[in-house]
Design a protein around this ligand. Structure first.
Ligand code: FAD
Length: 397
């Protein structure tokens, strides 16, 4: 019998809600503590691989998420200096057949809403907003989580899904971020304001020296997500602020006009000075486990951070299913199943940033890399990533 006390989840983002759903499906009740005044998401797009949809299916919200996504025909990369095509990966029927789920682009709000609806429908998830977790104590029977207002929340275990600046991670690990010096500007633009010659049904990237630009449709093509990244000339600190059109305009010199027009479109931007952390081998501590960006913050170049948070949640649920109420064993299995895979994402994302932003001869090498490669060869290279699912997620001896 599951205990009467809930599992506590710090953070009501994509990872926290997915974890709540996964735990409810194993018979627990869950209390989500979220610092924001409302449970919600930022206005931006996100790319999701088939692995994310396998996770949605395992959490019982696959149809909700698929119903809100836009299905692209391809992923396409152009050189931002001379407009040449660098690579093209079809993501239509053959891709879907190979991986059993689609590649899609979707508004973050719609991902979050699908999880939130799923969690609310269970009737077993309690949400406390305006609740900033500060620290946790644990004993043989459970955890006590203290918030900024001085309230104590008692539970059987704590999932730290409190994002890139996790206070739960700070308490147990206390490692510094690795600020990349790369800055990301993001905005969503209405179709009527988006250039017709870029209205492609594709996840599109323009790669240039020390920069790249991404665009793709959202919400049935009614909107377009625009994301541009550059190497900052300033000393950056990890965080999100309002963007300045003047600043973004001062970068991207020498980029072809077709790509450069992207930075003229948004009326307002959000600015991310990005960072990751060195991968760590231990992210569970007794009755406390980290999940999502709290466990493995990554640069965004593989578009897999949220996908990994969803996978984490499903794996956590499976590890709990196998070990019943023994959280020590369940968390050990969860950790063993996730550390290498998520570290591979963190390290590969750094490498992908280098490839995207190549200059000089390295740029020429990049442009040769994928020439003439068949879709099947691309798909084979992606098998390790997109072949993940709830049936194969647990580490085996
Ligand atoms: C520019 C950019 C583009 C990206 N594109 C993609 C993409 O295409 N595909 C993809 O899969 N991923 C992408 N990602 C990564 C993705 O956004 C993250 O990996 C994902 O949001 C992680 O979810 P999370 O729930 O772990 O953390 P978060 O989304 O950060 O959620 C954490 C939650 O915890 C709350 N919180 C924080 N501290 C506390 C506290 N002390 N107490 C209580 N609550 C707290 C926060 O308010 C928040 O609601 C991108 C990231 C960036 C920056």
């Amino acid at each position: 019998m599951p205990p009467k006390l809930p599992v506590i989840v710090a953070g009501g983002g994509i990872g926290g809600l997915a974890a709540a759903l996964a735990l409810v499906r194993q018979g627990f009740s869950v209390k989500v503590l979220e610092q924001a005044p409302q449970i919600g998401e930022i206005g931006a797009g996100i790319q999701l691989g088939p692995n994310a949809f396998h996770a949605f299916d395992a959490l019982g919200v696959g149809d909700k998420a698929r119903g809100r996504a836009v299905y692209t025909d391809e992923m396409v990369m152009h050189d931002a200096l001379d407009e040449t095509l660098v690579g093209r990966i079809p993501t239509g029927e053959a891709f879907r057949k190979r991986f059993g789920n689609p590649y899609a682009v979707i508004h973050r709000v719609d991902v979050h809403l699908s999880l939130l609806e799923g969690a609310e429908e269970t009737g077993r998830v309690e949400f406390l907003t305006g609740t900033h977790v500060e620290r946790v104590e644990q004993d043989e029977a459970g955890v006590t989580v203290y918030d900024r207002a001085g309230n104590a929340h008692r539970g059987v275990a704590l999932i730290g899904a409190d994002g890139v600046k996790s206070v739960v991670r700070a308490q147990y690990v206390g490692d510094p971020p690795r600020v990349s010096g790369h800055v990301v500007y993001r905005a969503v633009v209405d179709r009527k304001d988006f250039p017709q010659d870029l209205q492609w049904n594709a996840a599109s990237i323009w790669v240039g020296p020390n920069c790249h630009l991404v665009h793709y449709p959202l919400r049935g093509g009614e909107q377009y997500n625009v994301v541009v990244t550059f190497h900052s000339r300033d000393q950056e600190e990890w965080g999100v602020t309002e963007g300045s059109p003047e600043e973004v305009q001062s970068y991207f010199q020498g980029i072809c006009p077709k790509a450069r027009q992207l930075i003229d479109l948004p009326k307002s931007w959000k600015r991310w000075a990005t960072a990751d952390r060195e991968p760590i081998a231990t992210w569970t501590f007794g009755r406390v486990a980290l999940l999502g960006d709290a466990a493995h913050p990554t640069l965004q170049y593989l578009a897999q951070g949220a996908c990994m948070a969803l996978e984490d949640a499903v794996t956590l649920g499976e590890a709990v299913r196998v070990n019943g109420n023994d959280f020590a064993k369940a968390f050990a299995l969860y950790q063993a199943s996730r550390v290498a895979r998520t570290a591979r994402i963190v390290l590969s994302a750094r490498e992908m940033g280098r490839i995207f932003h190549a200059k000089g001869v390295e740029r020429l090498v990049r442009n040769e890399l994928w020439k003439g490669r068949s879709p099947e060869r691309f798909y084979d290279a992606m098998e390790w990533l997109y072949g993940w699912n709830a049936d194969n997620c647990l580490a085996r001896d």
